[in-house]
Design a protein around this ligand. Structure first.
Ligand code: WT7
Length: 635
């Protein structure tokens, strides 16, 4: 079966795009017809980008899990919905058919109900990449609870902040996680996050690593015990019928200021958008095995490991481990073992594998591959070529997909085999996506081959609706700079054929190994250390990670540099997580500032990049001597 909304030729793409711009409501209503609704919408769209207020499929009633599970449990009950490949290749893999997955989701939905979770409640999920993670999120959706998933690499403090911000009443975690050769404990981080006052009343714990963990009486319960209690009972499906604009989930992401914000996605529009983009960006055909390597803790996992593929009735391969365990051929072993047709991964993973050469690819049958996807950061030319030649054997098209946590789904991409791919270009907007480039005066750029700020002038169904608990923050962050436009924070260039090339962030947000980090977030942590007067964190290009952090720090008092380094690293570990630690820390006497006291980050960036002879205009600096000192002591 193919999908009625699947685009299979360039001509069809052009037609669909034109229709989506001229008659967006008709266009999206037609796509939305392909999903399970309990009641159709009264009106397709209502919007303004000033408040902002965006609503899709107004009046529509549904439960997203009926599109993701029930419809397929009926039509294709024995098709694998999830294939799970464990961290350790010697452990048994797991296949859950649509029928089985539906059953498990209903079971766990009953468990959530039994533990007091009601429609609209927030549930924090902190779990490894195991099938139960997908089951937990779908079970939340089944009963109308809003999940807030926290990536397993985040620290206890980050979990705590997120739980407090969205007032979660229940948390789901596991004893531990396997990652490559390591066993990481998760439950203790949750315990620490709940110390003191906490809105969390119950913690459901999955047994994964059989690590020794403490269970708090009255609060902590085992997943398997709760399921065991249901045996022999008749399950009453606790499905809730939801409004199209009810919240589906909250996902925290970093911005250029302050603490991470809770991006809110709602049910109806998100479902339609991610499924449409899933089918088209990967040219998915039923029966294909689709392998997205992203962790479900990030938006890529939400949209393209779980909701999108399942709503399309696809087979989603979920991998618990890392690309280099037990060796750097693991991805290719998986492709070979399951005959994967579509692989969707990140440039940072590709670059890290490139460093191992071609040996790990030898003897692996990759002939099942049709489409190679990339996401998370610009894919550089060398990585693109390597992926194309050595993985795709020049037979597969690359979809370089540009999007964000806030966009919910893919916005700009090649449609593999349908529209032309160009290395280092994400290429064309999806139907329904209306990008514009803005110059510094807030005017739309109409010329070709000029760089501008990438904005959107029209809503798409998968877009952010608000930031949890603080709508004004959403307005200020995304809709304030250019009134009437959504501002992505990325810079881009458009060629004379309308292809977009993403340059990278134009704000103080960095992308380290595909993890989004606000420089201000890290500075705030460094600055509160007793031994620190002030700091400035910037990004610099890193061969594997894409970008890495470079911190300039002014110390005070009797502290040695080694002690200061340790303090700073420990603090970042504790407050955010290991992945946010600066690669380089330089202790300086002063920071380059303008007369008005603003740190000139442009100069610090250049120095971090190693471009010390070309610092541009430094005449507005308060004390140009500072720059010399920093230059001479680069690390
Ligand atoms: C930022 C969003 C999208 C899911 C994973 C990251 C960068 C993402 C690309 C791409 C160039 C890209 C942007 C964007 N980015 N994809 N194909 N080419 N840059 O989601 O954590 O919300 O990060 O990732 O800078 O703004 P996220």
């Amino acid at each position: 079966m193919s999908y009625p909304y699947q685009i299979t030729s360039q001509e069809q793409y052009e037609k669909a795009y034109k229709k989506s711009v001229e008659h967006p409501e008709d266009f999206w209503a037609e796509v939305a017809e392909n999903f399970v609704w309990r009641k159709k919408w009264d009106k397709v769209l209502e919007w303004n980008f000033i408040e902002p207020n965006v609503k899709w499929f107004i009046g529509g009633k549904l439960n997203i899990t009926e599109s993701c599970l029930d419809q397929w449990a009926e039509k294709t009950p024995d098709v694998p919905a999830i294939i799970w490949e464990p961290n350790d290749p010697n452990e048994k893999s797991i296949t859950l058919t649509y029928k089985e997955l539906l059953h498990k989701v209903i079971e766990f939905a009953v468990v959530l109900k039994n533990n007091g979770v009601k429609k609209g409640d927030r549930v924090c999920i902190y779990m490894p990449m195991v099938p139960e993670l997908a089951i937990a999120m779908l079970a939340c959706a089944r009963i109308g609870a809003i999940h807030s998933i926290v990536f397993g690499g985040f620290s206890a403090k980050s979990i705590r902040d997120r739980i407090l911000d969205s007032q979660c009443s229940l948390a789901i975690t596991s004893d531990g996680a396997y990652r490559g050769g390591k066993t990481i404990l998760l439950k203790p981080a949750v315990d620490e996050a709940l110390e003191g006052d906490s809105p969390v009343k119950k913690v459901i714990v999955l047994q994964r690593t059989h690590s020794d963990v403490t269970m708090k009486e009255g609060r902590d319960i085992w997943w398997h015990d709760e399921i065991a209690k249901l045996k022999g009972q008749e399950l009453k499906d606790p499905l809730e019928i939801m409004d199209a604009e009810d919240m589906l989930y909250i996902l925290y992401t970093s911005g250029s200021t302050g603490k991470p914000k809770g991006v809110v996605h709602t049910i109806g529009g998100y479902m339609v958008y991610i499924t449409y983009t899933f089918v088209n960006a990967f040219q998915y055909q039923q029966g294909d095995i689709y392998f997205c390597t992203a962790d479900i803790g990030w938006v890529t996992g939400h949209s393209y490991v779980v909701y999108g593929p399942l709503a399309a009735g696809a087979t989603s391969l979920m991998f618990e481990g890392i690309p280099t365990y037990p060796d750097a051929g693991r991805f290719w072993d998986i492709v070979d073992k399951y005959k994967v047709a579509v692989i969707y991964t990140a440039p940072t993973a590709i670059r890290s594998l490139m460093a191992y050469g071609l040996e790990p690819l030898k003897g692996k049958d990759l002939s099942s591959l049709k489409v190679l996807g990339s996401v998370g950061e610009p894919i550089n030319y060398e990585a693109w070529q390597w992926y194309y030649e050595n993985v795709g054997k020049k037979r597969c098209s690359i979809a370089d997909t540009w999007w964000q946590t806030e966009t919910g789904g893919i916005m700009i991409t090649t449609l593999p085999g349908v529209t032309p791919a160009i290395p280092t270009f994400a290429t064309l907007p999806m139907p329904g996506v209306q990008p514009v480039l803005m110059n510094e005066h807030g005017h739309q750029i109409t010329e070709s081959n000029v760089t501008g700020k990438l904005c959107m002038k029209f809503p798409w169904p998968g877009m952010i609706r608000t930031t949890y608990g603080d709508h004004e923050r959403c307005r200020l962050n995304y809709f304030n700079t250019y009134p009437g436009y959504y501002v992505s924070g990325d810079g881009a260039l458009r060629d004379d054929k309308g292809n977009y090339r993403i340059i990278g962030r134009v704000d103080d947000v960095l992308n380290v190994s595909g993890h989004r980090i606000g420089t201000a977030e890290v500075e705030n942590i460094i600055n509160v250390q007793d031994c620190v007067v002030e700091s400035a964190v910037v990004g610099y290009p890193h061969e594997i990670k894409g970008q890495a952090l470079y911190a300039y720090v002014i110390l005070v008092g009797e502290v040695t540099q080694e002690e200061a380094l340790k303090k700073i690293n420990d603090a970042v570990n504790k407050e955010i997580g290991h992945f946010a630690r600066p690669d380089k820390i330089q202790f300086v006497k002063g920071l380059p500032k303008t007369r008005s006291g603003k740190i000139m980050r442009r100069i610090l960036r250049k120095i971090a990049e190693g471009e010390i002879d070309n610092l541009g205009d430094t005449t507005t600096l308060l004390d140009p001597g500072v720059v010399e000192e920093i230059k001479n002591h680069r690390v």
